[in-house]
Design a binder for this molecule. Structure first.
Ligand code: PGA
Length: 249
């Protein structure tokens, strides 16, 4: 079944390392060593975007995205990067709302909503990440948190629904399962993904990816679960062989 497998390299790899990994991936894709029904996405650090884009050129069903951007065309925003700059680097997808941006860089729901609308209205695809902390889960707030994160970002969208169908993906990433080695159990993933689909309402056909300590050893079982349309992989996407094993799971 068609699945989307995304690699988030976070703040890892200098350019030569990114190039090496992307070349191995590109070769495997060109040699048809990955199933034809997989869409592969790679989110490298900014400086490696042009290199990774060119290493993956000509690989059908492969998209390169940026881990972040600032929602203005240009101007006095020291340290930020714009969508035209990303476009220039061969990129037309972005991650928005990743838990590290929410909890380490303190991005608010309102800012995440603004970025979602801005990227989509400027022709970029968006992977909107949502997920609860352990404290929120233990406090019985799963529904409330996911509902708030989704509705603040999606309710105000003025983009055509036909565009959203092609350009918007949701990634459910429980914060407590990310980079911790603690993968959410089958029951928890099923429950959360069913909830996300329900909360999406008329947009329930949007793909929902799972992220959080995905490894070659658990990827197949996760992909087999209802309402899991793909995976967003951090640590285990850094080595080409491990990411390829996940793509092939
Ligand atoms: P992880 O990260 O796979 O290393 O847990 C996932 C993510 O942050 O997207």
């Amino acid at each position: 079944m068609a699945k989307i497998i995304a690699a988030n390299w976070k703040m890892n790899k200098i350019r030569s390392e990114a190039e090496e990994t992307a070349k191995v991936l590109g070769q495997a894709i060109r040699d048809k060593k990955v199933p034809a029904d997989r869409t592969i996405m790679v989110f490298p650090p900014y400086l490696s975007l042009p290199t990774v884009s060119s290493a993956l050129e000509g690989c059908g069903n492969t998209l390169v995205g940026a881990q972040n951007f600032y929602p203005e065309k240009s101007g006095a925003f020291t340290g930020e990067i714009s969508l035209p700059m990303l476009q220039d680097a061969g990129v037309d997808w972005v991650l928005v709302g990743h838990s590290e941006r929410r909890h380490v860089l303190m991005e608010s729901d309102a800012f995440i909503a603004r970025k979602t609308q801005y990227a989509l209205e400027h022709g970029f695809g968006v992977v909107l990440c949502i997920g609860e902390t352990l404290e929120e889960r233990d406090g019985g707030k799963l529904n409330e948190v996911l509902s708030r994160q989704l509705s603040t970002a999606l309710d105000p969208l003025t983009v055509d629904e036909a565009v959203l169908e092609k350009k918007l993906l949701i990634a459910y990433e429980p914060v407590w399962a990310m980079g911790t080695g603690k993968v959410a159990g089958e029951k928890e993933v099923l429950e959360a993904h069913a909830l996300v689909k329900k909360l999406l309402g008329k947009r329930s056909s949007l793909p929902v990816l799972y992220g959080g300590s995905v490894k070659p050893t658990n990827a197949g079982a996760l992909l087999a679960l209802d309402n899991v349309d793909g995976l967003l992989v951090g640590g285990a996407s850094l080595a080409a062989d491990s990411f390829l094993a996940i793509i092939n799971a």
